[in-house]
Every structure is written in C-alpha cells, then in structure tokens.
Design a protein around this ligand. Sequence first.
Ligand code: GDP
Ligand code: IMO
Ligand code: MG
Length: 429
Amino acid sequence: MPLQIIVGAQWGDEGKGRIVDWFAAQADIVARYNGGDNAGHSVTVGSQLFKLHLVPSGIIHSRPIAVLGNGMVINPEALLNEIDMLANLGVDVSPRRLRVSHAAHLITPAHRALDAALEAQRGKGSIGTTGRGIGPAYTDKAARTNLRVGDMLSADFGEKLAAHIEAANRTLTALQAPVLEVQPILSRFAEYVSRIAPYIADTSAETCAVLAQGGSVLAEGAQGTLLDLDHGTYPFVTSSATTAGGVFTGLGIGVTAARDAVVSGVCKSFQTRVGSGPFPTEVFDDLALRLRGTGANPWDEYGTTTGRPRRVGWLDGVLLRYAVRINGLTELVITKLDILSGLETLKLCVAYRKNGQIYQDLPFGPTELDGYEPVYEEFPGWSEDVRDIRRWRDLPSAACDYLQAISQLTGLPIRLVSVGPEREQIVEH
Ligand code: GDP
Ligand code: IMO
Ligand code: MG
C-alpha cells in the first residue's frame, strides 16, 4: 500500500508512536506532517523506552527514512537533543536517514516565551498548552513573518533572527513579561545551523519520488482529531492540522496519493485528555485513579512531554464516529485494552442527550458540547490478564463483545488491538 496514515482519533496520546513502530518495518519513509515537540510518542522495545517528540517513531527500525515535513514547527535545540539521544541509543540518525523540510517553520525561544506569557494572560481560561511555543510559531507562520528551516542556510539568517526576537520582545513587553537577550540566542543558533544544515532537504520532492516509484510512505500524525485547529474542540486545540487532510499539505504530496490509502485511527479503549477543554465522558475519584494509574508505571496516564496527569473517562463513541468521518478512517487500532482488565462494568458512550432529545451525532461537531450528556451502553468487564494474548480468539469473550460494539458503532474493522506497551504486545485481527 503506497500511503498509510496513522492518526489519533481522540485528544492525543492514543499510542500512535508504538503503532507507527509496528508498521514502520515495511515502510520506505515515515513522516511527521504536523505539530512540533508538543508531541510525545513512546515506543518500548525490550527494556528500552524511546520518547520521541520531533523525530518520527519509525526511525527505530533500520529501513525507513524519517522525514520532518513542511507542516511541522521545529525547535532546533529540541531536535538536536533528540538526535543526540537517539545516537546514544545506537539509532542511525545520519542525514542519510533523517530529512528535515526546508519549508518547515522554526520555533525560537521567543515563541516559547510568548506561549508562556499568553497562557498567563489567559488566566483561568488558559488552554493548558505544552509551553513549547507551538501556537506562537504557527501564528507567525500565518502572519507570514516567521523564519523557516531553509532560512538557516541564508547569509542574513542572524539579522532575520535578531529582528524576530526584537519584534517578540515588543509583544512580551506589552504582555508585561520578561524580554529576551538577543546576543546569546544568536550565538546558540549559529551552532544549531552548522549541525542542522546537512539534514535540510526538499522533503516534498523526495517523498513524491518514493510514491512515484511505488514505495510506501507512513504518515505519523501528532496530537489527535479533537485537537485539530479546524475540526477539534476549538479553542481548546493545538494550532495545526492534526487530521488526515493535513498529510497532503504537511508533506507536500498530491491528494491522488489518497486513492488507495489506508487511514488507521488509533484510539484508546477509554478516553483521555491533557489540558483544558470539554470532556463529556470524564470520570473522577477512584475510577479516574484506576484508569490513570498512580504514575508508578511508564504507561500510566501522565503526559510524555509535560508529565501532567491526564484527565480520563469512558470511551466516547460519538466523538469517535466524528473522527471516522473527518479523517475518512478505513480501520481502527484500539490500544491499552489491558488497562480495562478487572473492571466489573465498562461504559461506552453511544449517543448524547440534551433537553430530552437523543443525538447520535452532535449538530455542530465537538465545538459545542455544553449541555450534552453522554448516553451510555454498559458491558460486562473481564477479569483475565490479556497482556500475553497474541491471537484474537484467545481474548476473553467479554473483551471481544466490547471491541465488537466499537466496531459496530463506527462501521469499521478493528485491525489491531494492543494489550501492553511492548513492541510485540499486539493482537492482529
Ligand atoms: P502517542 O502520543 O499517541 O504516541 O501516545 P503516548 O506515547 O504519549 O502515550 C501512550 C502511552 O501508553 C505510552 O506510555 C505507551 O507506552 C503506552 N501504551 C501504548 N499502548 C499501550 C497498551 O496497549 N497498553 C499499555 N499498558 N500501555 C500502552
Ligand atoms: P501527542 O502527539 C496530547 C494539547 C495540550 C493542550 C493543547 C494545545 O503526544 O498525542 P499546544 O502546546 O499544542 O499549543 O497545546 O493540545 N496537546 C496534546 N495533548 N497529546 C499531544 O501530542 C498533544 N500536543 C498538544 O495539552 O491541551
Ligand atoms: Mg503523546
């Protein structure tokens, strides 16, 4: 299959990284098309836990070339730290294997400072951003004033960077936030330029060439459908196109590549969200602790990037059906089934109720969730530990019934179910 898109079907952290890792061994290119180091993608291989923020998760396999596409916003310091981390773990991150789009946008210390200052100004209405400068960088991109990765190669990059920091300082002053010193930033960036230059490429041309030769491209989404700038729970969203449509603009490939594409929606067997915003199926107290975990295990629900505890709840089938439509999903991948083992009863939100009326779908998508109450269908749980199961027929029948209900609700086949964070803890259907 020439193009496979792995996209988060919820509010991010669905386990995309480990699912990309599952498919990456057969791919020629694994490419990130959106976001920046707000993402945190975990891949566990044996005793090694890889936490990736910018570099596509496919890099861990030796075959694919990893692409950071033009739709991304890239903090060069974070990228170099990640390259060093991977090299120390024995992963080949040479420019032969890692390609960074010349047209991707840069995140500078000014963007991070602005992210913090703007969140402080929002006070109680804060978005709960990751603080990585994502919103301000995409704001500058849309305003056509930002620096791009390719600008690092131009002789006047230092002057442009100084002007950018000075402009941001004027905004920071207006926000009563501390300003940044220009000179130390220029010196640091001078070092980044020399290290990043060999990685800069026309990744659109390279990706299109692989597709034209019948090669396979695996697109790795960051964040999730409900955090999409256009289609998510606006304004509690990120600033990029997280959904499948973003693949084409974010990698610079034509939409004809979609013809035979597989679009895999990754979805946890329950629901999580980190940051502010509506969450109709959210649960609290003991049940929340049960689903989130205490933080003792690396897979417990604490942010990979920020360490914040994630909000948790029952799987929202209405929002999942919405994700099917917005992304054109062709299949589902359900993660963290093992976490549900031992729960007596499971709830699945199959509709919403408002003023006595039942809604199978929300009238305006997830933008307006106020006053809509989840309607739950209940399922008996199972007590068996599923972590060592590798065949569908060995899953407890109650687990199969729950998965079957998700499949029926969405009209999609479930291709994979993960039963633990380890690379091999996957059940194929
Ligand atoms: P991503 O951002 O979508 O790549 O997801 P994250 O890596 O931020 O969060 C998913 C977390 O769940 C990570 O800690 C994974 O190691 C872990 N994980 C993924 N799949 C499973 C699973 O099936 N079972 C368990 N227990 N943990 C999983
Ligand atoms: P991965 O790729 C979960 C959330 C933040 C905040 C909102 C905006 O690991 O699934 P931003 O810093 O992007 O301006 O924050 O989006 N958010 C994520 N939540 N997973 C992510 O990435 C996220 N990236 C951003 O918590 O609510
Ligand atoms: Mg994550």
